[in-house]
Design a protein. Structure first.
Length: 306
């Protein structure tokens, strides 16, 4: 049994990598750092050992059978637990070293998040940070698959353990010479005839924009789509449209931010996957929580200590 289990570990790791790469054998082999021939041999050996079919051909790639998907999902937690045990054993003696894979939204690429990362690096120079920016759905998928340890996600998905760090107020951004610029607050109906600048359709705030407009009976006319909030504000300031955006305390002289009536907010959360229990990951988790919650204990949701 012991010899059989020792043989299964690398085979299951190969199956997990193949599932995470959507059936691309070359990508899975690269992720594991092994030749593609080794990858293929491990999968076929696992099929032979278990007596079940794990793969079916789909053009130039392969697809995992339903039973293979189930096996990969069940084995993932155990494999990550083994990684955690080894990593913790190695790093406990020196908690100021290690690697953390950390993700955050594309829309947080300037301002607070780079400041937090810089401050953490100054405090823990021996910890390596591997950073990824993506939209929320991709970050959540990476956490589930073990490709990320921690991620700031807006809003945090219910399917992943997380803690709520903050709440963003969503405001209307208009040019400083706009007809609404002097208002203390505006209902969403006041924007019915406006041209909007917004994130792409896959972004949460775009969905929020369309939802609140639809609730009052109109579809926003989106003339420009772009990912970065800073660029959206730049275009708003140039008079190309209005936008629903998180409040920006720094602000721009040519952009006025007006609260919505009623107020609109969304949660900012720190989420983690099964690989986030190393000392380095715990250090970053605690640092981000403290910085983004203003030094107070954040409101927890589906969370346990990471």
């Amino acid at each position: 049994m012991d010899e059989w289990m020792m043989r299964l570990a690398p085979q299951l790791a190969a199956l997990d990598a193949l599932a995470a790469s959507d059936g691309h054998m070359t990508k899975a082999a690269t992720a594991l750092g092994v030749p593609q021939s080794t990858m293929s041999r491990r999968i076929h050996t696992l099929e032979a050992d278990l007596g079940i079919t794990l793969l079916v051909a789909e053009g130039r790639t392969v697809a995992l059978t339903p039973i293979a998907q189930e096996l990969a999902g069940r084995a993932r937690g155990a494999l990550h637990e083994l990684e955690h045990i080894v990593a913790t054993t190695v790093t406990e003696a020196d908690p100021e070293h290690g690697t953390v894979r950390f993700g955050f939204p594309l829309t947080m690429g300037s301002g607070e998040m780079p400041e937090i990362i810089a401050a953490f690096h100054r405090r823990h120079p021996g910890i390596t940070l591997r950073l990824k920016q993506a939209h929320g759905r991709e970050l959540a998928d990476d956490l589930v698959a073990g490709r990320l340890d921690l991620a700031v996600v807006i809003p945090p998905p219910d399917r992943i353990e997380h803690a709520i760090l903050a709440s963003q107020e969503i405001v209307v951004a208009v040019p400083d010479d706009h007809r609404l610029a002097g208002r203390a607050g505006v209902p969403i109906t006041a924007l019915r005839d406006e041209t909007f600048i917004a994130n792409p359709a896959s972004y949460h705030l775009r969905g929020v924009t369309e939802h609140v407009c639809a609730q009052t009976g109109f579809t926003p006319s989106v003339a420009i789509e772009i990912t970065e909030f800073a660029t959206i504000r730049e275009l708003v300031g140039r008079g190309l449209g209005v936008a629903l955006l998180p409040r920006d305390d720094a602000g721009r002289a040519d952009v006025v931010e007006i609260p919505l009536e009623p107020a609109l907010r969304r949660d900012v959360g720190l989420a983690w996957g099964p690989t986030a229990r190393t000392p380095a990951a715990r250090a970053l988790s605690e640092f981000v929580r403290t910085q983004m919650s203003g030094g107070t204990n954040p409101r927890k949701s589906r969370s346990r200590t990471t």
